[in-house]
Design a protein around this ligand. Structure first.
Ligand code: ADP
Ligand code: ZN
Length: 763
């Protein structure tokens, strides 16, 4: 990051206004308030986020004060920022231990995209790349270094890092150090030495793992002293959970896909065979999907994964092999075509949806034979304790599938927490997609008496068939077409009947016994038959479950959103990074909602910090302006109301109230009005030429000025125009290079803005 590309920030502290250097503090010298302000200011300046998420502020303070810590937040909770913001707010180099190269690369790309100097060292790099990183470390240019744990046994690396001014160590996916976790990695055991390698340097672990045992183990293995443990809520309020009994899997999946046209999602299956079959079936029906499982070659797997990340294909059908190392933030749905093996797995796999905090849907399709499949897969397990744990886990998720209570509540309770609200507003029950059966007692009695009449020797599928009045050979042979309950519920579908049997089982009125899972009536069931207890029976209501989803689209022009998505895809290709690193979906929605056309307004948009304002501002504004004009849609909607809370969120810092930005701009605008040159304005206000050019840009946009003779000499204007003719106006850097570095960025920017304004007038 070079200082010469300083940017215009408006609602910042005076020191920030002309510098894109982070606000650094020496923690011991300044008080907690100042530290908190610096953190907030950097969050806003670099990431363009208005405020902290739960526990982020607290966990950052621990890093700032060198207190060892372990932070437990669910996937998507924002763990990375907990160490990234402190890393740029402290002096020195933060060391981040991360298990996978793909994860490291993604994080480094995303840090660089917001203008932070970060790098990784891994085995895929050339010696030259490694030397370059080492040079940057020597020159103290780097703020974050990502490395794999196995590097910490290499004496040379260790010695080098010992002299590199390491500020603190962050350990991503810290549960990998624990044998009790679901993803133990032996190489993480090297991390025990951290405390002796870097004496006095604080160590901070981050994980989404929920169990106490793993947490305690992480602390012990790392040798953390007096560590503070922060545990966030495991609830993911933006995820909508639904469960359906599987009857016609492909049809059910299709109905879900119809709610998510053009959006990214993952469909999980248990077996490789099913992955292939499901992917092919969906493709035949006109969906574009790719498979992913461990039976494929490494090459085709990574090809498919990349196509998903780059949004060439929206849907991946996969086994659980898929997911770790995928940071894609805008996964809008996760479907389990079959039941996962535990609630822990479900939490983790479904948790890959909606990391960006926007709504996302998680649907689990289950059928009784999923349990058999898992049982079969566990049959070789020798350790009885492990086998028991596996069976218990299966029971817990089966219970989740058939229960009749709020899904969010059930999930957090499983992880030992509770929710305040009974109604989450984001699951099939709370959204009233399941309605109570009007005569649950009679319905229950019909089913149970059928079980009794069959002699309690048959399973759920058979019972449902008898109730529906099937003449299947086996039923006739057993004489069950003659019993009084035969055909008693012929108007109900088989999946519905089986679902009620599940519900009655989960409520303890029936139980499955023996090798063939024969249904038996329990003592409670006898009470039900006598009419002494009434069950709760629910029926899925055929509903278009889009209800709560609409809110987060409020005011968003979906066509413009799609247009911006196209723009994001093109930028991603140019920059060789995944689209979500350019802009998250939340940012595109905010843009398509407020449709800003002025550079200065962009900082009010969620997820646009100084770097992205500068780098992508012109192309974003151009796209929006052109589209709004072509479609006769109003631009600059409610921009004053989105003036971000940013720093002014806290009442104590009035000097940073958002009006600063307007008064700052008018100071510049007055001088432009008077016809001063850019250099004079820079001199008069003691600002860099670059900063002045950004204010001038927004002045031109405000007044739709295309005549720039006052600021740019005609010969320079001609040269830049010619370059734009060759290379387009999307990025300044190629123009700067094309002009052999002879024309300042500030001047190029002005000609580009005038050019864009002329284009938008012509079109
Ligand atoms: P985790 O590592 O806990 O799974 P990430 O660190 O990947 O979560 O964060 C998930 C997403 O949320 C990322 O896109 C990140 O940029 C975003 N995010 C994190 N903190 C905030 C915040 N304070 N405001 C808005 N978005 C945030
Ligand atoms: Zn609920």
């Amino acid at each position: 990051m070079k200082k010469s590309t300083a940017s215009a920030r408006s609602s910042k502290t005076p020191r920030d206004q002309n510098s894109r250097e982070p606000a650094v503090v020496a923690p011991t010298l300044e008080d907690a308030d100042i530290v908190a302000e610096r953190l907030q200011s950097n969050l806003s300046q670099f990431w363009g986020y208005p405020g902290f998420r739960a526990l982020q502020r607290e966990s950052m303070s621990l890093v700032m004060s060198d207190r060892d810590s372990l932070v437990v937040l669910p996937t998507g909770g924002g763990k990375s920022l907990c160490y990234q913001v402190p890393a740029i707010t402290r002096n020195g180099l933060a060391l981040v231990i991360s298990p996978l190269i793909s994860l490291m690369k993604d994080q480094v790309d995303s840090l660089q995209s917001v203008g932070i100097s970060a790098a990784c060292i891994n085995s895929t790099q050339s010696t030259r790349d490694k030397m370059e990183v080492a040079d940057k470390i020597r020159r103290k240019e780097l703020k974050l270094l990502y490395i794999a744990p196995e590097r910490l046994v290499q004496t040379k690396t260790v010695e080098f890092l010992q002299g590199a001014g390491v500020s603190f160590v962050a350990i991503d996916e810290a549960h990998c150090i624990s044998q009790w976790g679901h993803d133990f990695r032996p190489e993480y055991r090297q991390l025990r030495n951290l405390k002796s390698i870097f004496p006095g340097v604080s160590v901070h672990g981050y994980t989404a793992t929920a169990t106490e045992q793993v947490r305690a183990d992480i602390i012990e293995q790392l040798g953390l002293t007096n560590a503070e443990i922060l545990v966030g809520s495991f609830d993911r309020p933006n995820l909508q959970y639904r469960v359906e009994r599987r009857s016609d899997a492909i049809g059910q999946i299709q109905r879900i896909l119809n709610r998510h046209k053009g959006e990214s999602g993952v469909i999980y299956c248990i077996s490789r065979k099913n992955v292939d079959a499901t992917s092919e079936a969906l493709n035949r029906l006109g969906h574009k999907t790719l498979p992913y499982h461990a039976g494929m070659s490494d090459e085709s797997r990574s090809k498919n994964q990349e196509a998903f990340i780059d949004e060439d294909v929206n849907i991946i059908v996969a086994t659980v092999a898929f997911g770790m190392g995928i940071d894609k933030s805008n996964v809008r749905f996760v479907i389990h075509a079959e039941m996962p093996r535990s609630l822990e797995n479900y939490q983790q796999e479904s948790g890959r949806a909606g990391r960006d905090g926007l709504e996302a849907e998680c649907v689990l399709l289950y059928a009784a034979n999923d349990v058999d499949t898992w049982e079969f897969l566990m049959q070789d397990t020798e350790d009885p304790a492990v086998l028991k744990a596996g069976r218990d886990a299966l029971q817990a998720i089966k219970q989740y599938c058939v229960s009749t209570r709020c899904r969010h509540n059930q999930l957090v309770e499983h992880f030992g927490q509770s929710l305040e609200a009974d109604n989450c507003g984001a699951c099939d029950f709370c959204l009233k997609e399941m309605e109570a059966v009007s005569d649950p007692l009679i319905t229950g009695q019909k089913i149970l008496s059928c079980v009794v009449r069959q002699g309690e020797r048959f399973g759920a599928a058979y019972t449902a068939q008898v109730l529906r009045g099937s003449r299947a050979k086996r039923i006739v042979e057993n004489g069950h077409d003659k019993i009084s309950t035969w055909g008693l519920m012929k108007d109900e579908s088989e999946p519905q009947l089986r679902n009620w049997i599940d519900q009655l089982t989960s409520q303890g009125f029936l139980r499955q016994a023996g090798e063939f899972n024969c249904l038996e009536v329990t003592p409670n069931g006898r009470q039900l038959l006598k009419g002494l207890i009434t069950p709760t029976l629910l029926r899925a209501r055929v509903a278009d479950s889009a209800t709560a989803v609409e809110d987060q689209w409020a005011g968003v022009n979906r066509d413009l959103f799609e247009e911006l998505r196209g723009m994001r895809g093109r930028l991603a290709i140019q920059k060789h990074v995944p689209p979500y690193i350019i802009f998250g979906d939340a940012t595109l929605r905010d843009l398509a909602r407020h449709r800003p056309t002025k550079l200065a307004s962009l900082i009010a948009i969620h997820g646009i910090g100084a770097r992205k304002q500068q780098e992508f501002g012109p192309v974003v504004l151009f796209t929006i302006k052109q589209w709004c004009e072509a479609n006769g849609v109003e631009s600059d909607v409610d921009l004053d109301t989105v003036a971000r809370p940013r720093i002014s969120e806290r009442p104590t810092s009035e000097r940073r109230a958002s009006s600063v930005s307007d008064s700052k701009a008018s100071e510049y605008f007055d001088l432009f009005e008077q016809g001063l040159s850019m250099e004079d304005v820079a001199h008069q206000l003691d600002r860099s030429l670059d900063t002045v050019s950004k204010y001038l840009g927004s002045y031109m946009e405000t007044h739709r000025l295309t005549e720039i003779g006052t600021w740019i000499v005609p010969s320079v204007q001609d040269r830049v125009d010619e370059a734009i003719g060759q290379l387009g106006s999307e990025r300044l850097k190629p123009l700067f290079d094309y002009l052999k570095s002879e024309v300042a960025y500030a001047h190029i920017r002005i000609v580009v803005i005038a050019w864009n304004l002329r284009q938008s007038e012509d079109s």
